[in-house]
Structure formats: C-alpha cells, structure tokens
Design a protein around this ligand. Sequence first.
Ligand code: MLT
Length: 210
Amino acid sequence: MSAPAVTGWPHLHRPGAVGSPVLLMLHGTGGDEQGVVALADALDPAAGVLAPRGRVQEQGMNRWFRRLAEGVFDVDDVVARAGELAGFLEAAREHYGLAGRPVVAVGFSNGANIGLATAALHPEALDRVVAFSGMYPFGDRDAGAERLTGTEVLLLNGRADPMAPLDSATRLARTLRRRGAQVDQRLREGGHGITAEELAAARAWLAARA
Ligand code: MLT
C-alpha cells in the first residue's frame, strides 16, 4: 500500500518560532504524535514540530515498521517504511513551507530506529538525527551505500539495554562513521529509556547546530 500524502497521514504540526529548527518527532512503540510533543518541549520549546504517527499496528500499538520478535526486525519493511517517511518529510516541507529550516529527527526506541534508517537510506531527505535508545535497524544486512558526509547523528544509549543492545548500537555508530557521517555516541549505565543527562546532552547538541 502506498503511503498517503501529508494530509492523509495522521500527524501533528506546530509551526514554532520564525527560523527555528523543525523537530521531526518519532514516537516509540505504542506512542503517538500527541505524546511525543512533551519530548520536543523538553528539548526546544520554540522549535517547530512535525510528528507523524507510525503506520504499523502491533496488537493495537503504533509502530514504524514490523518486527518478527523483539529486536528482530522485518528489514524489508524497515526499508519500505523509511522510504515512506522520507516521502512524508519531503511533502511536509512543501506543504508547511519549511524550506530553509533545518529538520532534525528526534526518536525514541522504535522511533529512533526509523529515524536512523531513514537517514541512512535517504540522506537527501534527512541528515540529522537524535536517537534515544536506538540500534542498528537493518538486521544482518548492510545499511545502504550513499556517502553520509553531511550527516550528523547523536546516539544516546544505556550500556545494559536489552532492547537496544550495546553491540548493535556500536555497530550502528561504526557503520555510519565508515560512510562519512559525524557520529557522537554517548553511553551511560542502565537500560532502555531517556535520562535527564541525555536530555541535557541532546539540548546542547541541538543548540550547537541551531
Ligand atoms: C524496536 O524498534 O522494536 C525497538 O527497538 C523496541 C521497541 O520499540 O519496542
């Protein structure tokens, strides 16, 4: 099924201050476009917000792509959904007149993974990602071939995260760097989630690029 245009894809848009960056907010499994706004506000209350809803359903929960089991992704679906999200973003830039404003994806967990997949496969559509508890989203496959020289990624992970294992997060960082991306990887103790220190790190990372 092809993805609907902007108006047919449930999403939230907040214009934000003139000239401010636009945060493409990507909720985690079971979240939605309303719930993820609190994270945007915690990062930059003046920013524009574009928050689409994941189009996959898993037992009544919104997700961004199908998975076969926890941590085992349907990689064909990851690739297809990343293409859809890139298309949504391009259409939304036009629809909301976002030309010239930097767009930064901010995702948690499943939202981080789709943001990372989209940036890895469609750098022309998305070249900045803040990923909370994200991991390598392409299973045992390589992650595309485009050079990512203009891409900047902040990876924030817990060392003991069973849902986003450290070796997967580290593989992701290595792969993106090998393709030319600038990757800032911050590791902390603990598991899946977002800590106050990570929020502060993300705020600083965003402010340095504003
Ligand atoms: C996923 O993408 O499936 C995440 O890593 C875990 C989750 O969102 O539940």
